[in-house]
Design a protein around this ligand. Structure first.
Ligand SMILES: *Cc1c(COP(=O)(O)O)cnc(C)c1O
Length: 476
């Protein structure tokens, strides 16, 4: 057992370590230089029979674990989308784990439920989402989207599939753009709809869904005996942050009475800025809306918010109250266990509350605008470079670019760019990831890490230029 004095001592030590880490995180390589098995082989193959000294455990954290970590909070991390954190969020997590509360229902922690209600109202209003909508916090957008699709499925069948299962003649179809996130494919697998029933609609030259093709696909499906269930549109696709035209998509969904789910997992943060509200025009016609504060809103993983026009479909889909969970207050309160898949729930609202209060909405806006300004700088540099091209519009802070040369085929350019990316990442000084747009390998540069500053983009730019492909590297 760890006595309380010992706990206090170790906790102080850890907090000092945490502050040092945050101050010195740039000294670490963004990605570790390890091979598969390197960490595993340093870990004993069986658990210790006797308890070990805390100093030894912590020592191994530093010696064995840390060298195998990717430093997502390194300001040279420009890959994927960020999973950024911030000081207030980390502090809230410390309190959450100390309370160790399991917040499945109002009664199991009234403050957790009511704080979640209030904080999500703040966020809803700050983002210009309809004031009558309600929110709930899920772990990830994957889970939130699955929940929305299940609610859509149950709404259309009047809760029959929940009770009786599939008859086999449902023939549901779900629609999205070609650039849909893989979590939607996965949701269709899990929801029993089948991945092949995800109809991927063509995109325009900005990689945004073309509504006319959506309408046509729906009409054809209806004529062929399918049942259109849901359209998932993206505010900010994962490849290039393309913005689907949700207003027009909303009209189509209303015309055919289809559930409209908006996936703004990453780009939703930008709605805090009035200048990005145009993206959200028409959202009021939708049914559900997901946004991840754990991406670009400084609230560490995990924290995903699902907003709903009418939560009753979600609640009717998931609520299931065995006697041992019934309370006398159920009519008067929110029991968030009924708003999603899991019964047990973490107290995630606390970190969101800390983050919003610490920064204030203006502080958050300032940070986002700063990242957007840095993005514009990078954009200018890339545009001015004769051997680089930008392959997608940059509505936010994600730039898709590649090395290009008129005398080299796309196929060979793909190899060159892939090699370039690997060489840059290998230095550990910065980290980028890639995607393919129309078959072209492009590097994605996402500028949204909490502490990213001009010096970091400048260093990353120099690094990219230092490693830029040379024509003699072209594979024969
Ligand atoms: C990141 C992302 C997701 C998945 O988010 P998780 O919270 O990791 O499940 C889904 N959709 C889009 C558009 C994303 O950017």
């Amino acid at each position: 057992m760890m006595d309380k004095e010992e706990f206090r001592k170790h906790a102080h030590l850890l907090v000092d370590w945490m502050a040092d880490y945050m101050e010195g995180k740039e000294e670490y390589p963004v990605t570790p230089n390890v091979q598969p098995g390197d960490i595993l082989n340093q870990l004993p193959t069986s658990a210790p029979e006797e308890g070990e000294d805390f100093d030894r455990i912590f020592g191994d954290f530093k010696d064995v674990i840390l060298p195998g970590m990717t430093h997502w909070q390194h300001p040279g991390f420009f890959g994927y989308f960020p999973a950024n954190n911030s000081e207030p969020s980390i502090l809230a997590e410390m309190l959450m784990s100390t309370l160790g509360a399991q917040c499945m229902s109002w009664l199991t922690s009234p403050a957790a439920t009511e704080l979640e209600e209030r904080v999500l109202e703040w966020l809803r209003d700050a983002k210009g989402i309809c004031s009558t909508w309600k929110g709930v916090i899920h772990d990830t957008a994957s889970t939130a989207t699955l929940s929305a699709i299940l609610a859509a499925r149950e709404r259309i069948t009047n809760y029959r599939i929940n009770q009786l299962g599939f008859k086999g003649d449902e023939n549901f179809r779900v629609y999205s753009s070609e650039h849909v996130h893989s979590s939607i494919d996965k949701a269709l697998r899990i929801a029993g709809i089948g991945q092949d029933n995800l109809v991927k609609i063509r995109v325009d030259d900005k990689y945004a869904l073309i509504p006319e093709f959506l309408d046509k696909a729906i009409q054809e499906d209806i004529a062929n005996g399918f049942t259109p269930l849901c359209v998932v549109s993206a505010l900010g696709t994962t490849s290039s942050t393309a913005i689907d035209p949700i207003n027009k998509i909303g009209d189509i969904c209303q015309k055919y009475n289809i559930w409209h789910h908006i996936d703004a997992a990453f780009a939703g943060a930008a709605l805090l800025l009035p200048e990005f509200r145009w993206m959200n025009e028409g959202h009021e016609k939708a049914d559900s809306y997901v946004f991840n504060p754990h991406k670009w809103m400084f609230t560490n993983f995990d924290c995903s918010v699902l907003f709903l026009k009418d939560p009753k479909y979600l609640i009717n889909t998931f609520s299931l109250t065995p006697e041992y969970l019934r309370t006398q207050l159920d009519e008067q309160v929110n029991n968030y266990r009924d708003w999603g898949i899991q019964l047990g729930r973490r107290f995630r609202a606390l970190k969101l509350w800390f983050v919003i209060r610490h920064y204030g909405l203006n502080g958050l806006r300032k940070k986002l605008r700063h990242h957007l300004e840095l993005t514009n700088k990078v954009l200018e540099w890339i545009k001015a470079h004769p051997s680089l091209e930008i392959l997608a519009p940059v509505p936010l802070n994600t730039i898709c670019f590649r090395f290009v040369n008129p005398n080299v085929s796309d196929e060979k350019l793909n190899l060159l760019n892939e090699k370039w990316l690997a060489e840059v990442n290998q230095t550990g000084l910065a980290f980028f990831t890639h995607t393919k747009l129309d078959g072209k390998f492009v590097i994605r540069w996402v500028i949204g890490q909490t502490d990213v500053e001009e010096s970091h983009i400048k260093n990353a730019w120099s690094l990219l230029l230092e490693k830029i492909p040379q024509l003699e590297d072209v594979p024969k």
